[in-house]
Design a binder for this molecule. Structure first.
Ligand SMILES: [Zn+2]
Length: 311
């Protein structure tokens, strides 16, 4: 799993809110008042439509708990609105500057290339047909938490596999990829063990695992384990041991003197700097912000660090 890091998240959440608000208030002024009344009656006077749509992961958690313990009979259901957002052809949501706003535009503005839950599959938008290859996972499923159907931080761009695996599981606690309180990138790392001398031709002699930083809080550990277990990450990543083997081979080939030689010969022409050269060799990305750019970047980064290939 990787974090969704985007410096404009609050701005994007605001655009998202405004586009929905424009539709809600367009035909009927009383609609918004009704929605607000419903939200207040369930969650308290301090909550309204805007706050619900922009609620951060930590706030969604608080609201989900209130909902669990309180009977919110009149709570608003945003499923129909979500249908508009998710429809390729719908023109119901329009931004303040009169541009169409759908899930396609939401994904585009997030600028994320791979699924944050698995980092295995790409979730690009298709530029020419204007379609998506992604799905929007409701972190809190719409079937159990209908009022989170449009909340910005509850909509997780994901691949079809992960969305299907997760489905309605909400009673277990996972890490929301937007949640700044948890750092999966730092606290959960891929690791490997060589179990036999023929590992370079026998994949089974390489054991791939995921280790959790000992200093991680109990709460975060629990969530990381839930993510790994329920998204079948351990199982899925066993199919990528060939990548680990390649990195081990590269570590031998690209020793320090060879790296120096390449730097002397090609720095500034074939690559910008040492970081760029290492990216070229490992076929991954080094910084946390860039992990989303290519599938398996998190695996490549962790194993490269373990091998000393990233310095
Ligand atoms: Zn995925």
């Amino acid at each position: 799993m990787i974090r969704i890091k985007n410096s404009k998240l609050e701005e994007l959440a605001n655009t998202h809110y405004k586009a929905i608000l424009n539709y809600v208030t367009k035909s009927n002024d009383k609609k918004l008042a009704k929605i607000n009344l419903s939200i207040k009656s369930c969650f308290g006077d301090e909550w309204n439509f805007e706050k619900l749509i922009k609620a951060k992961p930590k706030e969604l958690e608080i609201l989900a708990n209130i909902y669990k313990f309180k009977c919110c009979a009149s709570v608003i259901n945003f499923e129909t609105y979500y249908g508009y957002l998710n429809n390729y052809t719908d023109k119901k949501f329009i931004t303040d500057d009169k541009k169409r706003y759908r899930a396609y535009e939401l994904i585009k503005s997030l600028d994320i290339n791979t699924c944050p839950y698995c980092n295995r599959n790409t979730i690009y938008n298709l530029k020419y047909s204007k379609k998506r290859t992604s799905e929007l996972d409701h972190f809190y499923p719409i079937s159990k938490y209908p009022f989170f159907g449009l909340s910005f931080y509850n909509l997780i761009p994901s691949c079809k596999v992960c969305n299907k695996i997760k489905l309605d599981k909400a009673d277990k606690e996972y890490i929301n990829p937007y949640d700044e309180r948890f750092d999966f990138n730092k606290n959960a790392k891929f690791d490997f063990k060589i179990r036999g001398v023929y590992f370079y031709r026998l994949e089974k002699e390489i054991k791939l695992k995921c280790k959790i930083n000992e200093k991680t809080s109990i709460e975060e550990k629990k969530r990381i384990k839930n993510n790994i277990k329920d998204f079948k990450l351990y199982d899925l990543y066993q199919n990528h041991k060939d990548v680990v083997l390649e990195l081990i081979q590269k570590e031998y080939i690209y020793n320090e003197s060879y790296l120096d030689e390449l730097m002397q010969n090609y720095e500034g022409t074939l690559f910008k700097n040492r970081e760029d050269l290492l990216r070229l060799i490992t076929c991954g990305y080094v910084s946390d912000e860039d992990l989303h750019k290519r599938p398996l970047s998190k695996l490549i980064k962790d194993i490269s660090e373990e091998l000393g290939l990233s310095k």
